[in-house]
Design a protein around this ligand. Structure first.
Ligand code: PMP
Length: 403
Protein backbone atom coordinates (compact mmCIF):
# COMPACT_ATOMS: atom_id res chain seq x y z
CA UNK A 1 0.00 0.00 0.00
CA UNK A 2 1.42 3.40 -0.96
CA UNK A 3 1.11 6.19 1.57
CA UNK A 4 0.08 9.32 -0.33
CA UNK A 5 -0.72 11.67 2.53
CA UNK A 6 0.44 12.46 6.02
CA UNK A 7 -1.41 9.92 8.09
CA UNK A 8 1.01 9.87 11.00
CA UNK A 9 -0.97 9.63 14.25
CA UNK A 10 -1.48 12.81 16.23
CA UNK A 11 0.32 10.91 19.00
CA UNK A 12 -2.65 10.90 21.33
CA UNK A 13 -3.44 7.17 21.41
CA UNK A 14 -1.98 6.90 24.90
CA UNK A 15 -4.68 9.30 26.14
CA UNK A 16 -7.39 6.73 25.41
CA UNK A 17 -7.54 3.86 27.92
CA UNK A 18 -10.45 2.22 26.05
CA UNK A 19 -8.31 1.57 22.98
CA UNK A 20 -5.93 -1.32 23.73
CA UNK A 21 -2.98 -2.01 21.45
CA UNK A 22 -4.07 -3.97 18.39
CA UNK A 23 -7.70 -2.88 18.48
CA UNK A 24 -8.68 -0.70 15.52
CA UNK A 25 -11.58 1.54 16.44
CA UNK A 26 -13.16 2.92 13.26
CA UNK A 27 -16.59 3.90 14.58
CA UNK A 28 -16.01 7.42 15.83
CA UNK A 29 -18.94 8.76 13.78
CA UNK A 30 -21.21 6.69 16.05
CA UNK A 31 -19.44 7.75 19.22
CA UNK A 32 -15.89 8.74 20.09
CA UNK A 33 -13.66 7.14 22.70
CA UNK A 34 -12.85 9.29 25.75
CA UNK A 35 -9.43 10.73 26.55
CA UNK A 36 -8.05 10.58 30.10
CA UNK A 37 -8.53 14.34 30.79
CA UNK A 38 -12.27 13.93 30.14
CA UNK A 39 -12.44 10.83 32.36
CA UNK A 40 -10.51 12.71 35.07
CA UNK A 41 -12.87 15.70 34.85
CA UNK A 42 -15.91 13.41 35.18
CA UNK A 43 -14.33 11.57 38.11
CA UNK A 44 -13.45 14.80 39.89
CA UNK A 45 -16.92 16.26 39.32
CA UNK A 46 -18.65 13.21 40.85
CA UNK A 47 -15.87 12.45 43.31
CA UNK A 48 -14.42 15.51 44.97
CA UNK A 49 -16.43 18.52 43.90
CA UNK A 50 -19.95 17.19 43.44
CA UNK A 51 -22.98 19.29 44.40
CA UNK A 52 -26.04 20.66 42.64
CA UNK A 53 -26.03 23.90 40.67
CA UNK A 54 -28.00 27.15 40.73
CA UNK A 55 -29.69 26.54 44.09
CA UNK A 56 -27.27 25.89 46.89
CA UNK A 57 -26.07 28.77 49.05
CA UNK A 58 -23.14 26.75 50.38
CA UNK A 59 -19.70 27.11 48.83
CA UNK A 60 -19.53 23.68 47.14
CA UNK A 61 -22.73 24.35 45.19
CA UNK A 62 -21.63 27.88 44.32
CA UNK A 63 -18.37 26.42 42.96
CA UNK A 64 -20.22 23.81 40.91
CA UNK A 65 -22.49 26.53 39.53
CA UNK A 66 -19.40 28.46 38.47
CA UNK A 67 -18.05 25.34 36.76
CA UNK A 68 -21.38 24.73 35.02
CA UNK A 69 -21.59 28.30 33.73
CA UNK A 70 -17.89 28.34 32.81
CA UNK A 71 -18.65 25.39 30.53
CA UNK A 72 -21.42 27.40 28.89
CA UNK A 73 -18.91 30.21 28.21
CA UNK A 74 -16.46 27.66 26.84
CA UNK A 75 -19.05 26.20 24.47
CA UNK A 76 -20.01 29.71 23.32
CA UNK A 77 -16.39 30.53 22.52
CA UNK A 78 -15.94 27.15 20.82
CA UNK A 79 -18.93 27.68 18.51
CA UNK A 80 -18.56 31.42 18.03
CA UNK A 81 -21.78 32.38 19.84
CA UNK A 82 -22.76 34.14 23.07
CA UNK A 83 -23.14 32.28 26.35
CA UNK A 84 -26.83 33.21 26.72
CA UNK A 85 -27.39 31.49 23.36
CA UNK A 86 -26.07 28.12 24.57
CA UNK A 87 -28.73 25.68 25.78
CA UNK A 88 -27.58 22.40 27.32
CA UNK A 89 -29.63 19.47 26.05
CA UNK A 90 -29.23 15.68 26.01
CA UNK A 91 -27.77 15.68 22.52
CA UNK A 92 -28.36 16.77 18.94
CA UNK A 93 -31.60 14.80 18.84
CA UNK A 94 -33.05 16.74 21.74
CA UNK A 95 -31.76 20.03 20.32
CA UNK A 96 -33.58 19.44 17.03
CA UNK A 97 -36.76 18.33 18.83
CA UNK A 98 -36.61 21.47 20.96
CA UNK A 99 -36.43 23.73 17.90
CA UNK A 100 -39.11 21.68 16.10
CA UNK A 101 -41.52 21.96 19.01
CA UNK A 102 -40.80 25.41 20.39
CA UNK A 103 -39.86 27.34 17.25
CA UNK A 104 -41.43 25.53 14.28
CA UNK A 105 -44.40 24.39 16.35
CA UNK A 106 -45.32 27.99 17.12
CA UNK A 107 -44.09 29.80 13.97
CA UNK A 108 -45.19 27.50 11.15
CA UNK A 109 -48.74 27.26 9.86
CA UNK A 110 -50.64 25.28 7.24
CA UNK A 111 -49.06 25.70 3.81
CA UNK A 112 -45.59 26.56 5.12
CA UNK A 113 -42.73 24.35 3.97
CA UNK A 114 -39.62 22.82 5.56
CA UNK A 115 -36.61 21.98 3.42
CA UNK A 116 -34.41 18.99 4.31
CA UNK A 117 -31.94 16.96 2.24
CA UNK A 118 -31.74 13.33 1.12
CA UNK A 119 -28.77 12.58 3.37
CA UNK A 120 -30.23 13.65 6.72
CA UNK A 121 -30.02 11.53 9.86
CA UNK A 122 -33.44 10.41 11.12
CA UNK A 123 -33.11 12.87 13.99
CA UNK A 124 -33.13 15.69 11.41
CA UNK A 125 -36.16 14.23 9.62
CA UNK A 126 -38.63 12.76 12.09
CA UNK A 127 -39.01 15.79 14.44
CA UNK A 128 -39.88 17.94 11.38
CA UNK A 129 -42.37 15.35 10.13
CA UNK A 130 -44.03 15.36 13.55
CA UNK A 131 -44.36 19.14 13.68
CA UNK A 132 -45.35 19.38 9.99
CA UNK A 133 -48.18 16.95 10.58
CA UNK A 134 -49.34 18.92 13.60
CA UNK A 135 -49.39 22.35 11.92
CA UNK A 136 -50.19 21.28 8.34
CA UNK A 137 -46.78 22.18 6.87
CA UNK A 138 -45.11 20.30 4.01
CA UNK A 139 -41.59 18.88 3.70
CA UNK A 140 -39.40 19.15 0.59
CA UNK A 141 -36.16 17.27 0.06
CA UNK A 142 -33.05 18.63 -1.66
CA UNK A 143 -31.41 15.89 -3.78
CA UNK A 144 -27.71 15.06 -3.92
CA UNK A 145 -25.19 15.90 -6.61
CA UNK A 146 -23.53 13.15 -8.64
CA UNK A 147 -20.66 13.12 -6.12
CA UNK A 148 -23.13 12.80 -3.23
CA UNK A 149 -23.21 16.25 -1.65
CA UNK A 150 -26.31 18.28 -0.88
CA UNK A 151 -27.09 19.94 -4.23
CA UNK A 152 -27.12 23.65 -3.45
CA UNK A 153 -28.04 24.60 -7.03
CA UNK A 154 -31.10 22.39 -6.77
CA UNK A 155 -31.79 23.88 -3.34
CA UNK A 156 -31.67 27.40 -4.73
CA UNK A 157 -34.14 26.44 -7.45
CA UNK A 158 -36.48 24.80 -4.91
CA UNK A 159 -36.55 27.56 -2.30
CA UNK A 160 -39.66 29.74 -2.06
CA UNK A 161 -40.90 32.25 0.47
CA UNK A 162 -43.04 29.42 1.86
CA UNK A 163 -39.85 27.73 3.13
CA UNK A 164 -39.74 28.95 6.70
CA UNK A 165 -37.05 26.53 7.74
CA UNK A 166 -34.09 24.75 6.14
CA UNK A 167 -32.49 21.99 8.26
CA UNK A 168 -29.31 20.35 6.95
CA UNK A 169 -26.40 18.24 8.13
CA UNK A 170 -23.14 20.21 8.25
CA UNK A 171 -21.33 16.90 7.64
CA UNK A 172 -23.10 13.68 6.60
CA UNK A 173 -22.73 10.82 9.08
CA UNK A 174 -22.78 8.29 6.21
CA UNK A 175 -20.92 9.95 3.33
CA UNK A 176 -18.80 12.52 5.16
CA UNK A 177 -19.94 15.15 2.64
CA UNK A 178 -19.20 18.64 3.94
CA UNK A 179 -21.86 21.28 3.38
CA UNK A 180 -20.91 24.79 2.33
CA UNK A 181 -22.86 25.99 5.34
CA UNK A 182 -22.36 29.69 4.74
CA UNK A 183 -23.63 29.47 1.16
CA UNK A 184 -26.58 27.24 2.12
CA UNK A 185 -27.53 29.68 4.89
CA UNK A 186 -27.33 32.67 2.58
CA UNK A 187 -29.62 30.93 0.07
CA UNK A 188 -32.23 30.20 2.73
CA UNK A 189 -32.02 33.70 4.19
CA UNK A 190 -32.62 35.18 0.73
CA UNK A 191 -36.19 33.83 0.86
CA UNK A 192 -36.59 34.62 4.58
CA UNK A 193 -36.12 31.03 5.80
CA UNK A 194 -34.39 30.19 9.07
CA UNK A 195 -31.53 27.66 9.08
CA UNK A 196 -30.77 24.85 11.51
CA UNK A 197 -27.52 22.97 11.03
CA UNK A 198 -26.95 19.51 12.43
CA UNK A 199 -23.32 19.79 13.50
CA UNK A 200 -22.96 16.33 15.10
CA UNK A 201 -20.28 15.16 12.66
CA UNK A 202 -18.81 18.59 11.95
CA UNK A 203 -17.72 19.80 15.40
CA UNK A 204 -15.33 16.88 16.05
CA UNK A 205 -13.77 17.32 12.60
CA UNK A 206 -13.46 21.01 11.76
CA UNK A 207 -13.49 24.46 13.32
CA UNK A 208 -17.08 25.77 13.38
CA UNK A 209 -18.12 29.38 13.85
CA UNK A 210 -21.86 30.04 13.86
CA UNK A 211 -21.40 33.80 13.55
CA UNK A 212 -19.35 33.34 10.42
CA UNK A 213 -21.80 30.82 8.96
CA UNK A 214 -24.73 33.11 9.83
CA UNK A 215 -27.10 30.25 10.69
CA UNK A 216 -29.97 30.52 13.19
CA UNK A 217 -29.69 27.24 15.12
CA UNK A 218 -26.82 24.77 15.49
CA UNK A 219 -26.90 21.44 17.33
CA UNK A 220 -24.19 19.03 18.47
CA UNK A 221 -23.68 16.00 20.73
CA UNK A 222 -20.94 15.80 23.36
CA UNK A 223 -20.29 12.08 22.94
CA UNK A 224 -19.12 12.51 19.35
CA UNK A 225 -16.68 15.22 20.47
CA UNK A 226 -14.71 12.96 22.88
CA UNK A 227 -17.06 14.01 25.70
CA UNK A 228 -19.72 12.21 27.76
CA UNK A 229 -23.01 10.80 26.52
CA UNK A 230 -26.25 12.47 27.56
CA UNK A 231 -25.01 16.00 26.99
CA UNK A 232 -25.28 18.17 23.91
CA UNK A 233 -25.77 21.73 22.84
CA UNK A 234 -28.41 23.73 21.09
CA UNK A 235 -27.01 27.09 20.02
CA UNK A 236 -29.71 29.53 18.88
CA UNK A 237 -29.76 33.20 17.98
CA UNK A 238 -30.86 35.01 21.13
CA UNK A 239 -33.79 36.86 19.57
CA UNK A 240 -35.19 33.57 18.29
CA UNK A 241 -34.69 31.76 21.61
CA UNK A 242 -36.23 34.69 23.44
CA UNK A 243 -39.37 34.47 21.30
CA UNK A 244 -39.83 30.74 21.97
CA UNK A 245 -42.04 29.17 24.66
CA UNK A 246 -40.46 26.72 27.13
CA UNK A 247 -39.69 23.16 26.05
CA UNK A 248 -40.43 21.41 29.34
CA UNK A 249 -41.86 22.76 32.60
CA UNK A 250 -40.27 22.29 36.01
CA UNK A 251 -37.68 23.70 38.33
CA UNK A 252 -35.01 26.15 37.15
CA UNK A 253 -36.86 27.36 34.04
CA UNK A 254 -39.19 29.73 35.88
CA UNK A 255 -39.18 33.35 36.93
CA UNK A 256 -42.12 33.16 39.36
CA UNK A 257 -44.65 30.41 40.04
CA UNK A 258 -48.13 30.91 41.46
CA UNK A 259 -51.24 28.81 40.90
CA UNK A 260 -52.74 31.78 39.08
CA UNK A 261 -49.84 32.26 36.64
CA UNK A 262 -46.26 31.21 36.06
CA UNK A 263 -43.69 33.34 34.29
CA UNK A 264 -40.54 31.95 32.73
CA UNK A 265 -36.84 32.62 32.97
CA UNK A 266 -35.08 34.17 29.99
CA UNK A 267 -32.99 31.91 27.72
CA UNK A 268 -31.04 29.74 28.16
CA UNK A 269 -32.51 28.82 31.59
CA UNK A 270 -36.03 28.75 30.11
CA UNK A 271 -35.06 25.61 28.18
CA UNK A 272 -33.22 23.80 30.97
CA UNK A 273 -35.97 22.46 33.24
CA UNK A 274 -34.93 20.29 36.17
CA UNK A 275 -31.55 19.41 37.61
CA UNK A 276 -29.24 19.44 34.59
CA UNK A 277 -26.59 16.90 33.58
CA UNK A 278 -24.03 18.75 35.71
CA UNK A 279 -21.21 16.25 35.32
CA UNK A 280 -21.90 15.89 31.60
CA UNK A 281 -21.48 19.63 31.19
CA UNK A 282 -18.17 19.55 33.09
CA UNK A 283 -17.02 16.61 30.95
CA UNK A 284 -17.99 18.46 27.78
CA UNK A 285 -15.88 21.41 28.89
CA UNK A 286 -12.88 19.10 29.29
CA UNK A 287 -13.55 17.55 25.88
CA UNK A 288 -13.59 20.95 24.18
CA UNK A 289 -10.33 21.85 25.91
CA UNK A 290 -8.90 18.55 24.72
CA UNK A 291 -9.71 18.99 21.02
CA UNK A 292 -8.74 22.66 21.11
CA UNK A 293 -5.37 21.73 22.60
CA UNK A 294 -4.73 19.42 19.65
CA UNK A 295 -6.24 21.99 17.28
CA UNK A 296 -9.26 21.43 15.05
CA UNK A 297 -7.34 22.44 11.95
CA UNK A 298 -4.79 19.72 12.71
CA UNK A 299 -7.55 17.21 13.40
CA UNK A 300 -9.25 18.12 10.14
CA UNK A 301 -6.04 17.78 8.14
CA UNK A 302 -5.27 14.46 9.84
CA UNK A 303 -8.70 12.94 9.18
CA UNK A 304 -8.77 14.24 5.61
CA UNK A 305 -5.42 12.55 5.01
CA UNK A 306 -6.74 9.29 6.51
CA UNK A 307 -9.79 9.44 4.24
CA UNK A 308 -7.57 10.00 1.20
CA UNK A 309 -5.41 7.05 2.09
CA UNK A 310 -8.33 4.78 2.95
CA UNK A 311 -10.19 5.60 -0.26
CA UNK A 312 -7.08 5.04 -2.34
CA UNK A 313 -6.36 1.69 -0.71
CA UNK A 314 -9.98 0.50 -0.89
CA UNK A 315 -10.38 1.58 -4.51
CA UNK A 316 -7.58 -0.84 -5.42
CA UNK A 317 -9.77 -3.72 -4.25
CA UNK A 318 -12.00 -4.75 -7.18
CA UNK A 319 -14.78 -5.94 -4.93
CA UNK A 320 -15.17 -2.62 -3.07
CA UNK A 321 -17.52 0.17 -4.06
CA UNK A 322 -16.97 3.52 -2.34
CA UNK A 323 -19.68 6.01 -1.48
CA UNK A 324 -19.37 9.73 -0.82
CA UNK A 325 -17.12 12.47 -2.17
CA UNK A 326 -13.33 12.16 -2.28
CA UNK A 327 -12.91 15.03 0.21
CA UNK A 328 -15.18 13.47 2.83
CA UNK A 329 -14.54 14.59 6.40
CA UNK A 330 -13.30 11.57 8.30
CA UNK A 331 -15.93 9.09 7.10
CA UNK A 332 -15.79 6.38 4.41
CA UNK A 333 -18.85 4.33 3.53
CA UNK A 334 -18.38 1.34 1.26
CA UNK A 335 -19.85 -1.92 0.00
CA UNK A 336 -18.12 -5.22 -0.70
CA UNK A 337 -19.69 -6.81 -3.76
CA UNK A 338 -21.95 -9.73 -2.95
CA UNK A 339 -21.41 -9.50 0.83
CA UNK A 340 -23.89 -7.99 3.26
CA UNK A 341 -22.34 -5.11 5.26
CA UNK A 342 -23.16 -6.93 8.51
CA UNK A 343 -21.05 -9.89 7.37
CA UNK A 344 -18.25 -7.50 6.41
CA UNK A 345 -18.36 -5.92 9.88
CA UNK A 346 -18.50 -9.30 11.64
CA UNK A 347 -15.44 -10.62 9.81
CA UNK A 348 -13.58 -7.36 10.40
CA UNK A 349 -14.38 -7.64 14.09
CA UNK A 350 -12.68 -11.05 14.16
CA UNK A 351 -9.56 -9.16 13.08
CA UNK A 352 -10.03 -6.52 15.82
CA UNK A 353 -11.34 -3.89 13.42
CA UNK A 354 -14.52 -2.18 14.66
CA UNK A 355 -16.63 -0.58 11.95
CA UNK A 356 -20.33 0.17 11.69
CA UNK A 357 -22.70 -1.58 9.30
CA UNK A 358 -26.33 -0.69 8.75
CA UNK A 359 -28.52 2.15 7.55
CA UNK A 360 -26.84 4.59 9.96
CA UNK A 361 -30.23 6.15 10.85
CA UNK A 362 -30.42 7.42 7.28
CA UNK A 363 -32.92 5.13 5.54
CA UNK A 364 -33.97 7.71 2.91
CA UNK A 365 -30.30 8.02 1.94
CA UNK A 366 -29.98 4.23 1.68
CA UNK A 367 -33.02 4.27 -0.65
CA UNK A 368 -31.38 6.99 -2.76
CA UNK A 369 -28.13 4.99 -2.93
CA UNK A 370 -30.11 1.87 -3.80
CA UNK A 371 -28.67 -0.23 -0.97
CA UNK A 372 -30.18 -1.59 2.26
CA UNK A 373 -27.09 -0.69 4.26
CA UNK A 374 -23.45 0.30 3.96
CA UNK A 375 -20.28 -0.56 5.83
CA UNK A 376 -18.73 2.57 7.35
CA UNK A 377 -15.26 3.30 8.65
CA UNK A 378 -14.96 6.59 10.49
CA UNK A 379 -11.86 8.17 11.96
CA UNK A 380 -10.92 10.05 15.09
CA UNK A 381 -7.85 11.70 16.56
CA UNK A 382 -6.44 8.33 17.68
CA UNK A 383 -6.44 6.68 14.24
CA UNK A 384 -3.48 6.23 11.93
CA UNK A 385 -2.16 4.32 8.93
CA UNK A 386 -2.07 1.03 10.91
CA UNK A 387 -5.86 1.19 11.30
CA UNK A 388 -6.28 1.55 7.54
CA UNK A 389 -3.88 -1.34 6.91
CA UNK A 390 -5.94 -3.50 9.31
CA UNK A 391 -9.15 -2.42 7.57
CA UNK A 392 -7.78 -3.32 4.14
CA UNK A 393 -6.40 -6.67 5.38
CA UNK A 394 -9.82 -7.42 6.91
CA UNK A 395 -11.63 -6.69 3.67
CA UNK A 396 -9.18 -8.85 1.74
CA UNK A 397 -10.09 -11.63 4.16
CA UNK A 398 -13.80 -10.97 3.56
CA UNK A 399 -13.33 -11.36 -0.19
CA UNK A 400 -11.32 -14.56 0.33
CA UNK A 401 -14.03 -16.04 2.56
CA UNK A 402 -16.86 -15.11 0.21
CA UNK A 403 -14.89 -16.08 -2.85
N1 PMP B 1 -27.16 13.86 13.32
C1 PMP B 1 -26.09 13.21 12.88
C2 PMP B 1 -25.46 13.64 11.58
C3 PMP B 1 -25.57 12.14 13.61
O1 PMP B 1 -24.49 11.49 13.15
C4 PMP B 1 -26.19 11.76 14.82
C5 PMP B 1 -25.68 10.59 15.62
N2 PMP B 1 -25.44 9.44 14.86
C6 PMP B 1 -27.30 12.49 15.25
C7 PMP B 1 -27.75 13.53 14.49
C8 PMP B 1 -27.99 12.17 16.54
O2 PMP B 1 -27.14 12.40 17.61
P1 PMP B 1 -27.51 11.91 19.08
O3 PMP B 1 -27.93 10.48 18.94
O4 PMP B 1 -26.24 12.06 19.83
O5 PMP B 1 -28.59 12.80 19.57
Amino acid sequence: MTVTADTRPLDVLADFPAIPAGWHYLDTAATSQKPQPVLDAINRAYGETYATVHRGVYQRSADMTLAYEAARKRVAAFLGGREEEVVFVRGATEGINLVAQCWAGTQLKAGDRILLSTLEHHSNIVPWQMVAERVGAEIDVVPLTADQRIDLDAMEAMLTERHKLVALAHVSNVLGSVLDAKHATALAHKVGGKVLLDGCQAVPRMAVNVAEIGCDFYVMSGHKLYGPTGIGVLWGRYDLLDGMPPYQGGGSMIDRVTFAKTTYAPPPGRFEAGTPHIVGVVGLHAAIDYVDDIGLDRIHAHETALVTQAREALSQLNSVKLFGPADSAGIVSFAVEGVHPHDVATILDEGNVAIRAGHHCAQPLMDALGVPATARASFGVYNGADDIAALVAGIERVTRIFG
